[in-house]
Design a protein. Structure first.
Length: 97
């Protein structure tokens, strides 16, 4: 991020997000996933948890959140092609958003 290594900061944010993820609303989920993807975060466990929660709440997502998550799914597929992101099966519905 901005050319500065912030490993400890991202670990702290990820740890706190994992503790509170059950309280996240759809916008929180989309924003957190988007922020990690934009920062080039390279820890798949955070994305897997966010993706699992988002998949459970798919009907609650608005068009903007679906668009954000579509881009996150694409990022995940590029970074970790051998892992199955929980939202990958919903990729086409996000694309339509």
């Amino acid at each position: 991020t901005a050319g500065v290594a912030a490993e400890a900061l991202f670990e702290a944010i990820a740890s706190e997000a994992q503790r509170r993820i059950v309280d996240f609303n759809p916008q929180d989920i989309a924003n957190m996933a988007w922020a990690f993807a934009c920062a080039g975060w390279d820890r798949s466990r955070v994305f897997l948890e966010l993706g699992a929660v988002a998949a459970e709440r798919l009907v609650d997502l608005n068009e903007k959140e679906k668009s954000q998550l579509y881009l996150v799914v694409l990022y995940f597929q590029i970074e970790w092609p051998d892992l199955n992101f929980p939202l990958s099966s919903h990729l086409e519905s996000f694309k339509a958003a």
